[in-house]
Design a protein around this ligand. Structure first.
Ligand SMILES: [Zn+2]
Length: 291
């Protein structure tokens, strides 16, 4: 049976896992992200491959805009300095002698959820990951909608939600990730003069009117994003992942209340099944022939 290495590269940590054709994680480790990233990544992958010689291929999910055909990072903003324009596939294939595929990290989460998680068996699914930013992934007739001339397909975090709004890392004003992400939620809490962490905010929303208002504004903006995506994709399901989704049982009702009047048609909203492992599972699926 074939084993592959799945690698999930984020702004603070890199998660690596050996995965078999049934989607089982046989081995995993997390290492802190270090800059310059490429030599550090190659060194760690070679170290793992030396211990795990039966790995046949490597899938990489990374933060940033990716050209999946070339396996190259097109653009990664400030989160991963120096990572833009890195030909990850070419360099890693040369270094390891194995097949390598590279995709955007939110796209690989969509793959993992569609194959093994909340959207199993569905063919049109939109995944939103609310973490440092707002990531997006689209499963379109069972395949990832990805790439584009600039590697930016499904980058929903950069759909403009409020013209002339808050300045985004991409340089423009009012991108949705400035309003709908873990970072945005923390900023909203601070702007409201509150000192809660996001989980505390959700817990206090029942009793504290200020906290309730922050939650409603946040879920209202998330509802706007979902409503526009439904008009574009008419998907069967939206899956919400990322750190904010861990407290979904505390904000889902608020989201549903605001979303219902904005929807064209009924729509399932689910929380991601794989909170921590979706990245390595989805990355593995880039190169894995599943059973
Ligand atoms: Zn932006």
């Amino acid at each position: 049976m074939e084993n592959v290495l799945g690698v999930d590269i984020g702004g603070t940590k890199i998660h690596l896992g050996i995965i078999n054709a049934s989607g089982q994680i046989l081995y995993e480790e997390k290492i802190p992200t270090q800059i310059p990233l490429y030599p550090y990544l190659e060194e760690n992958i070679l170290r793992i491959l030396a211990d795990q010689p039966d790995v046949s291929a490597i899938g990489v999910g990374t933060h940033g805009f990716v050209d999946p055909k070339q396996g190259k990072v097109i653009y990664s903003a400030e989160t991963l300095p120096g990572w833009s324009n890195t030909p990850v596939k070419e360099w890693l294939e040369k270094a390891t002698g194995k097949r390598v595929e590279v995709e955007n990290d939110a796209n690989v989460v969509a793959l993992a959820e569609a194959k093994f998680g909340a959207a199993q068996g569905l063919s049109r699914v939109v995944v939103l990951t609310l973490g440092t930013g707002l990531g997006g992934g689209v499963l379109w007739d069972g395949k990832l909608l990805s790439g584009g001339p600039y590697g930016g397909a499904a980058e929903f975090g950069h759909m403009i939600l409020y013209p002339n709004g808050i300045k985004c890392a991409c340089g423009r004003l009012g991108c949705s990730e400035m309003y709908v992400s873990g970072t945005a939620l923390r900023n909203r809490i601070e702007t409201a003069g509150l000192t809660f962490t996001p989980p505390e905010l959700f817990e206090h929303a029942q009793s504290d009117p200020k906290a309730k208002k922050v939650v409603e504004e946040f879920t209202g903006d998330l509802a706007l994003v979902i409503s526009s995506l439904q008009a574009a994709f008419d998907m069967e399901m939206v899956i919400i992942g990322g750190g904010v989704s861990e407290a979904a049982d505390l904000w889902m009702e608020s989201l549903q209340q605001q979303l219902q009047p904005m929807l064209l048609n009924p729509l399932d909203i689910e929380v991601a099944r794989f909170e921590n492992d979706a990245g390595i599972l989805g990355a593995a699926l880039l190169v894995l022939e599943t059973e």
